[in-house]
Write a new protein. Structure first.
Length: 527
């Protein structure tokens, strides 16, 4: 159990580091959805159980020990006196540290789940239903300032108040489509599935970097799903929509439109990914094959063990029980006085040691013939050596011929792989030369939120000013507060007018005044 947990911790950490290194170049080549799919590899490795191999596949030394030495070791252990065991130092208590680690991981996982359900209750406390798309509910709640998708079984999209009454219907529909795409892509389920892996690495900063990078790739992949088949005007409007929702809430395991958990520069990553969403069918197929190959290679990192060998009666000498009475020894014959004792015969001489000769047979993939060699010349590579004692038997010769055929086959595969890598490198360099360059230099933006132009070499440049985006967001927030204050004044004037009017009954007046008081109290608390 300890070996399996240690191996799982090591290999999942290495897979997280590997995905962090390759996600960006592979996203430029195969699209943001491929980069998001790579995060399934550490989670799949976490689910990989230990693999137990048959006892016949165990190393030869282990088999010999189990057949010839286990009985002697057991008898020696019974005969030796029991020594008093010294106390184990605290830093060598593997069981204690393993227990603390697992308890901390369980507490961390429970804390994450409790935070999610508390967030869900807060979002739905004052929610008002405004529609439904299939099994997904649309609600408006004052607890959010940007659209948010959450829920695994009861799927919900939470919208800010009066979001459905927006004048820009196209922007509203794109924002809702983004959150619906999160549910359709099972992104909330993926966030929950990543929590056991994050709990296992609760102490590892690399795992937290991977969690934020996964959320960043998740948003970019969702953007690609929303913009699939859309024209350039819709893409430009969608980019502006992302910028408008740049300051959103921090919500546990939910997928908000802004997703501020992944850092301030996440908007730049998402806008850059918008230009990478158009992937050719050929590259998409290559990406899927690479992902399948990586998933099939995961069992190579599993924890291996061997099954215990079964007892073989033909090789085990029965030992009588220790409590059986020993047979009495015959009495020694009397020795006659004066008779000399016969000397013991000399021991036979030891058999001469036979010096074993070693032969070396080398296989090379460059077409050379196998044979016995002494010194290897320079330039040989991909070499495979088989050593035998004495001349080769017929079975070894047959095995050697099969190895030679397999080696020649691998040489052809290596040459083909090298040519494919060379073609891929040339294609990537050509694509990189025509890829639009995106930056966040506000000086080049000229006071605007964004600006684009084409240089003399035909390369497109896009500049996005984050400072201007924040200024516009602050101005919009100030205007919203002013509008809220004006609405509050209007409600108070209406209350005064209704309180002094005499054209309605007292019961109706009291009911209307109560509704107005609740609305005034809510706006006053928010103002």
């Amino acid at each position: 159990m300890t070996a399996w947990l240690t191996g799982t911790l090591l290999y999942t950490g290495l897979l997280i580091a590997l995905v962090l290194l390759v996600r960006r170049p592979l996203s430029r080549w195969f699209g943001p959805q491929f980069a998001y799919a790579l995060w399934a590899l550490p989670a799949l490795r976490l689910l990989l159980p230990p693999i137990e191999l048959p006892a016949s596949m165990a190393p030869q030394q282990a088999q010999q020990l189990s057949e010839h030495a286990l009985l002697a070791l057991a008898m020696a252990a019974e005969a030796s006196p029991t020594a008093a065991s010294a106390p184990t130092p605290l830093w060598e208590r593997t069981d204690l540290w393993l227990t603390l680690w697992l308890v901390s991981a369980a507490l961390f996982l429970a804390w994450r789940i409790v935070n999610y359900f508390r967030m869900r209750r807060e979002l739905l406390a004052e929610a008002r239903p405004v529609g439904q798309v299939g099994r997904i509910r649309l609600v408006e709640t004052p607890a959010v300032s940007s659209p948010v998708a959450f829920g695994v079984y009861d799927k919900v999209v939470a919208l800010p108040p009066r979001f459905m009454a927006m004048e820009d219907r196209a922007a509203r529909d794109l924002a809702i489509a983004h959150e619906l795409a999160h549910h359709q892509g099972h992104d909330v389920v993926a966030n929950f599935a990543a929590q056991p892996l994050l709990a296992l690495h609760w102490f590892n900063p690399l795992a937290w970097m991977g969690w934020r990078a996964m959320r960043r790739d998740q948003e970019a992949a969702c953007d690609a799903r929303v913009l699939a088949g859309r024209d350039r005007d819709v893409r430009a409007a969608y980019a502006g929509l992302i910028a408008n929702f740049a300051a959103g809430p921090r919500l546990a395991l939910a997928v908000p439109m802004a997703c501020p958990i992944i850092g301030e520069k996440s908007i730049i990553h998402r806008l850059r990914s918008l230009s990478m969403s158009d992937v050719s069918p050929r590259r998409r197929t290559i990406g899927r094959l690479l992902f399948v190959a990586g998933a099939l290679a995961l069992p190579l990192t599993a924890s291996f063990s061997y099954a215990s060998a079964q007892d073989n009666d033909s090789h085990v000498v029965p030992v009588p029980p220790s409590d059986a009475p020993a047979a009495p020894l015959p009495p020694a014959p009397p020795q006659e006085a004066g008779v000399p004792q016969v000397p013991s015969p000399p021991l036979p001489p030891e058999a001469p040691k036979i010096e074993r000769r070693e032969q070396k047979f080398v296989l090379r993939h460059d077409g050379d013939h196998p044979g016995e060699v002494n010194d290897l010349g320079p330039g040989e590579h991909h070499m495979m050596v088989m050593r035998v004692d004495g001349p080769m038997s017929a079975e070894q010769k047959k095995q050697f011929e099969e190895m030679q055929k397999e080696w020649e086959k691998k040489g052809a595969e290596w040459q083909k792989m090298a040519k494919d890598h060379q073609k891929m490198a040339l294609a990537m360099s050509d694509m990189r030369a025509h890829m639009p360059q995106v930056s966040n230099d506000c000086d080049q933006a000229g006071g605007d939120v964004s600006r684009s132009w084409t240089d003399n070499n035909g390369r497109e440049h896009v500049v996005i000013c984050e400072r201007r985006i924040r200024e516009q967001a602050q101005m919009g927030q100030h205007e919203a507060q002013m509008a809220q204050g004006q609405a509050l004044m209007a409600l108070r004037d209406a209350r005064t007018t209704i309180a002094t009017t005499k054209d309605m009954s007292d019961s109706v007046r009291q009911e209307v005044l109560a509704d107005l008081d609740r609305e005034i109290a809510r706006l006053t608390a928010q103002h």
